[in-house]
Design a binder for this molecule. Structure first.
Ligand code: 11C
Length: 344
């Protein structure tokens, strides 16, 4: 029987993608949709300005949206996918966990907390065991797992593939699509014919979340990875797909051919939303082509290319669909991992 799930923040950019991925899904059935108080009581069709590239599923369109409050979500819903703005997530997500719901959250609040697993299933599924520590420390009947920022998800799997060579220093520069800024960003005219440097708070997230994801968990405590990460983040006028330029210094010698092979062989998983090939490596110097490659593996693969030696170690590009692999798809994948590991 399918697990009954809800979407917190169902009308936003990531909330809409979550609905697109969850309807239909073999393991999950959408049973609750929440949004701001202004949307509560409306049907989803009335409340949401639907913008994703497939129609609103009929059964979702007629559902009534509730406020984002544990009292308004049916008790038989087991799993909540959260795409709330971080300030709202910080205020309300713990209340849902306390009330017994398991939350797979894309919101940035709490990602670096010691007892909250920050997970990319292909990279650090073992960090999910941190939920035992979380249960002891917080006394929640429910649980909270987070996925990282979309820009972090784009480059960390490529680093994980190179980890055996001893990661020492990484510099990453991002070219981020406007959908990462939510629908206000997509519709804003200020981005047209413009490139915006130092976009708010992103650099710190890439520098810290990557060390947590690549860190090790000994059953009691999580240690951050020692790799030094420097990031510079920029917004460009593409709709979807974050492109990143990565420079990596490793302890062991690492040739472009070895890096390409390590990325190509880095395993995907057997979860429903997993792509067949996690990292698609393109050797043609003209690749990756961002507007095409963002759809690889139904938006769940990462494209890597331009791998070469440079003054600062190995250099390459990588690209992923930011609202699929980087956000909604990441949360759904974590939900599938929770299910597989008996947390639902
Ligand atoms: C952007 N990466 O493109 C951001 C959006 O930490 O989940 C996602 C923010 C986050 O602006």
């Amino acid at each position: 029987m399918a697990v009954r799930v809800g979407v917190l923040g169902a009308t936003g950019a990531v909330g809409q993608r979550l609905i697109q991925l969850l309807d239909p899904h073999p393991d999950f059935e959408i049973a609750a949709l929440t949004a701001s108080d202004a949307s509560a009581g409306k049907t989803y069709r009335q409340a949401a300005k639907w913008r994703v590239d497939s129609p609103i599923p009929d059964d979702v369109a007629d559902m009534t949206v509730t406020a984002t409050d544990p009292d308004d979500v049916p008790n038989d819903v087991d799993l909540l996918f959260s795409s709330l703005p971080s300030s709202v997530g910080e205020a309300v997500e713990p209340g849902f966990c306390e009330a017994g719901y398991v939350v797979s959250s894309n919101s940035s609040n709490g990602r670096m907390a010691d007892d909250i697993p920050l997970v990319i299933p292909e990279v650090n599924a073992d960090h999910l065991d941190l939920l035992e520590v979380q249960r002891d420390e917080r006394g929640w009947d429910g649980a909270m797992v987070k996925n990282p920022n979309c820009s972090t998800i784009t480059f960390v799997p490529t680093l994980a593939a190179l980890e055996e060579y001893g990661l020492e220093k990484v510099h990453v520069a991002t070219l981020q699509a406007v959908s990462g800024a939510g629908y206000d960003g997509v519709t804003s005219m200020e981005i047209i014919d413009n490139a915006i440097p130092h976009i708010g708070g992103e650099e710190d997230k890439l520098e810290t979340e990557s060390k947590k994801l690549l860190g090790s968990f000994d059953g009691a405590e999580l240690s951050l990875n020692d790799v030094e990460v420097g990031a510079s983040c920029n917004r460009i006028p593409t709709i979807d797909g974050h492109l990143e330029n990565v420079f990596v210094e490793t302890a062991e010698d690492l040739t472009p051919d070895e890096a390409a092979e390590a990325m190509r062989e880095y395993p995907s998983l057997d979860l429903y939303s997993s792509p067949d090939q996690l990292i698609e490596v393109f050797e043609d110097p003209e690749r990756p082509q961002p507007r095409l490659d963002r759809t690889l593996g139904n938006g769940m693969s990462i494209a890597a290319g331009g791998i070469r030696e440079s003054t600062f170690g190995l250099q390459y590009n990588c690209l992923a669909h930011n609202t699929m692999r980087g956000a909604a798809g990441a949360s759904v994948l974590n939900g599938e991992l929770l299910l597989e590991n008996g947390y639902l």
